[in-house]
Design a protein around this ligand. Structure first.
Ligand code: GLU
Length: 261
């Protein structure tokens, strides 16, 4: 190869390396797909007061998790309005993220060691605990009263394991009935098919009525994180940077106070 040809080959190779570096830098935040779509698709709860609640009179979502989504849309797309909220349940949220229908989930999603093998989670923005909703007329006052009773829990939720461990620790044996949605568990409680509706206290608040009561007992801390695909580590780091910033500068504390959480 003569000197001129060698120079050309080396220059071309350098150009390719530089172009790739540029491409990588452009998407170091993992947000290229969101920017291309010009909309942030976020899975949220529609039935959790103060976190993610669809206000049926305004047809708008409200709560801490909704505000976090708006703040993230402002950072990524420069516009808090460029969001598509998708209502999710404990059962549907993971698959909707897996199949690309959602960019992220901000929906009372508890961070667990097991789930960290499948998803990326941000630093927790809130920590709840598992509780129990019973009928006032049942006379049930605490976990100690539940020997042989049936607990209604949601599929894919952390509740069953949490309450079962707490019961075993005090020698109480429980039965379980699993449902795919919370309205079904509440209906089962009302009809007497289950004795207890168990899930995070934040979620129980959405189902509390004059006939029912949330017991003072609580089990197993439930730290909530913004959830993203395991394959997009850049997006997870980018989102986590903001959650950490908003935990540090009081933004999240202000929202928690605003929604009385
Ligand atoms: N936070 C709990 C979980 O992630 C309860 C389920 C739910 O969020 O609906 O399993």
């Amino acid at each position: 190869m003569n000197g001129k040809r060698l120079f050309l080959v080396v220059s071309a190779a350098l150009l390719i390396v530089a172009a790739n570096a540029c491409k990588k830098q452009e998407d170091s935040s993992g947000t290229a797909a969101i920017k291309k779509a010009a909309v942030l698709k976020v899975g949220v709860k529609a039935d959790v007061p103060g976190f993610g609640l669809l206000n049926t009179s305004t047809n708008r979502y409200e709560g801490l998790e909704i505000e976090l989504a708006k703040l993230l849309a402002t950072e990524i797309l420069g516009d808090a309005g460029k969001i598509r909220f998708e209502p999710v349940t404990a059962k549907t949220r993971g698959p909707l993220l897996d199949n690309g229908e959602l960019d992220m989930i901000i929906a009372t999603f508890t961070i667990t060691e097991e789930r960290k093998l499948t998803y990326n989670f941000s630093t927790p923005y809130y920590t709840d605990a598992v509780g129990m909703l019973v009928k006032r007329s049942s006379g049930i006052g605490s976990l100690a009263d539940l020997d042989g009773k049936t607990i209604g829990v949601a599929q894919s939720a952390t509740s069953r394991e949490a309450i079962d461990a707490a019961a075993k620790a005090i020698g109480v044996t429980l039965k379980f009935a699993e449902f795919s949605t919370y309205p079904e568990i509440k209906a089962a409680l009302d009809s007497g098919r289950v004795d207890v509706f168990s899930v995070d206290k934040s979620i129980l608040n959405g189902y509390l009525d004059s006939e029912s009561v949330i017991l003072p007992d609580e089990f197993s801390p439930q730290p909530y994180g913004v959830t993203t695909k395991l394959s997009n580590k850049a997006l997870a780091d980018y989102v986590d940077g903001f959650i950490q910033k908003w935990l540090g500068d009081g933004t999240i504390a202000r929202l928690i106070a605003q929604f009385n959480l």
